[in-house]
Write a protein that binds this ligand. Structure first.
Ligand SMILES: [Zn+2]
Length: 281
């Protein structure tokens, strides 16, 4: 393991799963006001797995500038890592050939690398778990506080933490709450049930009505309000010289143009996400 460059910063990336940009605007976490106002950005993918893979390549949700070559955008976006990591000479070519941030951070810069994920589709057996010192699927899909309890940092070595948070994902529930809402599977759950479903030929559940869809959007906003207190606890645990990024992996549809959720949906609202970042000094 290489000696880390002097002054290299911890990097903590918090992904609020499925959180829409306008949900953030409705309840911007006051604990995160130190990072400034959220930018409106765009996810590269409409659902969890490809979006996290993209993010672990180092490509965060993008700003979508017009009249700019993609190569130019990537260049600027990657150059920001010199500031994010506090490493002026990153030797970007060492990101090749894996083009995977945890690999680069661990093997080229001497970082510890950790992930705590809430969504089963990101479980440790997936290809995303590569070059992590620790990678855990949390026992509960909606308990960021339990994730925060696991954060640890070392004196002599910077750490990278990826936190995938589930309170903002359907059914938008805070820990201990069991809302009276139908179970809707993601890809992981569909695999689990597909064999039985094939035999039973089960009919699809009825689609949410407009009133329920509004309630669901409100539930996501309420979940974010709850997370404000968890963010406060998280900030108290972050050592100085930590770069913090808070964003989402994709948005969510709450009835716009007849859509609900995310995934196989081509709509602006499934890609629109909040993005804040900055140094916790
Ligand atoms: Zn997701």
């Amino acid at each position: 393991m290489p000696e880390p460059p002097r002054g290299a910063r911890n990097l903590v990336v918090v992904v609020l799963d499925s959180l829409r940009y306008d949900s953030w605007l409705a309840a911007p976490p006051s604990a995160l006001s130190v990072l400034g106002e959220a930018q409106r950005r765009w996810s590269y993918a409409s659902w969890t797995a490809p979006s996290h893979y993209n993010l672990l390549m180092g490509l965060l949700p993008h700003a979508s500038p017009s009249h700019v070559y993609a190569s130019e955008y990537y260049k600027r976006d990657f150059l920001r890592y010199t500031e994010r990591l506090g490493v002026p000479d990153m030797e970007f070519k060492r990101l090749l050939p894996s083009m995977f941030l945890p690999t680069y951070l661990r093997h080229s810069l001497g970082y510890r690398t950790h992930a705590r994920v809430s969504m089963p589709v990101l479980n440790p057996f997936t290809v995303i778990n590569r070059d992590f010192d620790s990678y855990v699927l949390m026992p509960s899909h909606n308990d960021m506080a339990a994730i925060v309890d696991e954060l640890r940092f070392e004196e002599d070595r910077p750490s990278f933490w990826l936190l995938n948070v589930g309170e903002t994902h359907y059914p938008y529930a805070i820990p201990g709450e069991s809302p009276d809402l139908p179970h809707i599977s993601g890809v992981h759950g569909v695999f689990k049930q597909l064999d039985e479903l094939g035999e039973r030929g089960e009919e699809a559940a009825e689609f949410f009505d407009p009133a329920r869809l509004r309630t669901l959007h409100e539930r996501q906003i309420t979940a974010l309000e709850y997370l404000d207190g968890v963010f406060e606890r998280m900030l108290a645990r972050l050592p100085p010289n930590t770069w913090l990024i808070v964003t989402s992996d994709h948005g969510e549809l709450f009835g716009e143009d007849g859509y609900f959720g995310h995934g196989p949906i081509a709509h602006e609202k499934v890609l629109e996400v909040p993005f804040v970042e900055g140094l916790i000094a």
